[in-house]
Design a protein around this ligand. Structure first.
Ligand SMILES: [Zn+2]
Ligand SMILES: [Zn+2]
Length: 276
């Protein structure tokens, strides 16, 4: 039996600054083989807590410290761990990578690291938006403004991320604050934000990049993935966003059903993105 599930292109290890005690690159590789994921990309967080010449955040005068515990990725240690796992698990395709936070604000900083590391997979993420003179974690905005306004502010900044950075190939969790959507605001309804989703998807498709279906977030609907096709999107990436080994490939069968229903298929290269 070969693997039946798509590559998991979004996995964290002990090298991420928010890693829980159970995080382990080795254990995540074992889990991938156990559940039938034939390829994993370790996309540990590449977040910057300071800025350098050429980073937009400096020009905008925003405080970059959006999470207290945030620290810079140890690229050398991380790459050595990748090499070690490639030797231990020859039957698993292991890609190096990073999930860059707010790359449009840190173009120079991110560019220097990516050039040095030569990652196989680079994800672009937005976890924080400019608010009150600083980059503020998006989930912390709930309670400070109506929930729908948090989403709209987030989507608008995602468009700025896409248009302001070409360093990443895959847009991760396009509606990240949805994870923290308050119960009091009623059920989350993708259609209430159709225009905002379409703006994000249009910008991403115009730059010929890849949409991630993230299985840590509430799963995207078939309708949402169809909006991606309508926008001209041609490729989908699957990502568990696992921070603990047991979550590698989590909910991938459901995600495959959604993506297939929207017309995307595995290619001849089973380690590639899924395409129309
Ligand atoms: Zn993320
Ligand atoms: Zn992640």
């Amino acid at each position: 039996m070969g693997s039946v599930l798509p590559p998991d292109n979004h996995v964290h290890s002990q090298w991420s600054w928010d890693a829980p005690a159970a995080a382990s690159m080795v254990r995540s590789c074992e889990q991938a083989l156990t559940v039938g994921v034939g390829c994993v990309a370790f996309t540990d967080h590449l977040d910057f807590t300071d800025w350098t010449e050429g980073d937009r955040i400096g020009a905008e005068g925003l405080d970059p410290r959006r999470y207290d515990r945030m620290r810079l990725l140890d690229v050398t240690g991380y790459l050595a761990a990748i090499e070690d796992c490639r030797e231990r698990f020859p039957d698993l395709r292991i890609l190096s990578g990073a999930e860059i936070g707010e790359a449009h604000m840190f173009a120079a900083s991110a560019g220097a690291v990516v050039a040095r590391a030569g990652f196989d997979r680079v994800l672009g993420s937005l976890h924080a938006v400019p608010f009150d003179g600083r980059l503020t974690a998006a989930d912390r905005l709930f309670g400070r403004m109506p929930a729908a306004d948090v989403m709209r502010r987030y989507f608008a900044e995602v468009v700025r991320l896409i248009e302001g950075s070409d360093i990443f190939q895959v847009l991760a969790h396009l509606d990240f604050p949805r994870r923290s959507w308050p119960q009091a605001a009623g059920p989350y309804d993708e259609k209430a934000f159709e225009a905002e989703y379409r703006a994000v998807l249009g910008a991403l498709a115009a730059s010929e990049r890849v949409l991630e279906v993230n299985t840590k977030s509430p799963l995207a609907s078939v309708g949402l993935i169809r909006w991606w096709r309508d926008a001209g999107g041609r490729a989908v990436s699957f990502g568990s966003d696992a921070h603990q080994p047991w979550r590698v490939g989590d909910k991938f069968k459901l995600a495959v059903d959604v993506v297939e229903a929207a017309g995307f298929r595995a290619g001849r290269d089973r380690f590639d993105f899924w395409r129309v």
